[in-house]
Design a protein around this ligand. Structure first.
Ligand code: AMP
Length: 280
């Protein structure tokens, strides 16, 4: 496994390889857990060469505090990737990616970025789009892997690829969970014992919402979710939405020819947790 910090060097290594080889990219912000590794395993099965990037991207954080506190565990990350027989790890410094201009490009995702995460985290998706576009340009992968844990992000990246006509296949990967249902996240390591014990309620509530859909009135499902989450002192609901997977717009009336998902964001103290579930 090669660990590379410079874009030019990464490109040189990739250029030495046979053009018919399938290159897979797995972008991450590090603090790797089994969710990330499940994606790397899949990429290894489907590609000849797997590049994992580890970069805590400053332009997608809306709060300086969150960026500062984001867990950084590079040494362990590299050991885990070595065990997965990852081929290349790209670990750039901020200057390598942004030079002296640490700003997101303003992007147009046809409104997919205006709801849910985008409504609550200003400029977040411009930051995500900016870093992913830069990584795509540097690596030029055939396939790029993204987790459904960040479903809105996945749809936005697909939109960006469609709009810019990049020849990259975007591969969605299942959400990987702890045994108690909590979606794995790098942020989970920051939860206190009490918060960690409360957090599985998020997925349990999504499962209950799914069992109520579509028979139950949508307003009643909203109220139910709000009462469940806010009923636990360690948790606070930020949003719960049932949305069309293509437009990400909140459902008004149920149409069984469409696919819906429920999306949730919850605070445990200052730690923000997100999750989602397919409904039909
Ligand atoms: P992150 O390091 O949080 O930016 O995540 C890197 C990639 O891993 C993103 O595509 C995430 O959606 C994905 N990911 C994070 N957590 C999970 C999980 N629990 N299951 C599946 N994919 C995940």
């Amino acid at each position: 496994m090669k660990v590379i910090t410079k874009a030019r060097e990464l490109q040189n290594v990739l250029n030495q390889h046979n053009k018919t080889q399938v290159i897979g990219l797995v972008p991450t912000m590090g603090a790797l857990h089994l969710g990330h590794l499940s994606i790397v395993k899949r990429a290894k099965l489907e590609c000849d060469m797997v590049v994992v990037s580890i970069f805590v991207n400053p332009t997608q954080f809306d709060k300086a505090e969150d960026l500062k506190n984001y867990p950084r565990t590079l040494e362990t990350d590299l050991q885990l990737l070595e065990q997965e027989q990852c081929d290349l790890v790209f670990v750039p410094q901020v200057e390598e990616i942004y030079q002296n201009d640490v700003k997101p490009e303003v992007m147009d995702f046809d409104g997919l970025d205006k709801v849910m995460e985008g409504a609550f985290r200003k400029d977040h998706f411009d930051g995500v789009g900016t870093i992913v576009k830069k990584l795509f340009t540097i690596v030029n992968p055939n396939k790029a892997y993204f987790g459904e844990k960040d479903f809105q992000q996945l749809q936005i990246i697909k939109k960006m690829v469609d709009k810019t006509k990049m020849n990259i296949q975007i591969i969605p990967c299942d959400i990987y969970r702890e045994d108690d249902g909590l979606a794995m996240s790098s942020r989970n390591t920051r939860l206190s014992k009490v918060q960690r014990e409360a957090a599985p309620l998020i997925y349990a509530t999504l499962l209950q919402a799914k069992s109520l859909f579509p028979q139950q009135d949508l307003g009643d499902i909203q109220t139910f979710v709000q009462q469940q989450i806010n009923g636990d002192e360690a948790l606070k609901l930020e949003y719960f939405e049932i949305a069309d997977v293509d437009t990400l717009l909140s459902i008004k009336t149920f149409d069984d020819s469409k696919q819906y998902r429920a999306f949730i964001a919850v605070f445990a103290g200052s730690i923000r947790l997100i999750d989602n579930i397919a409904l039909n």
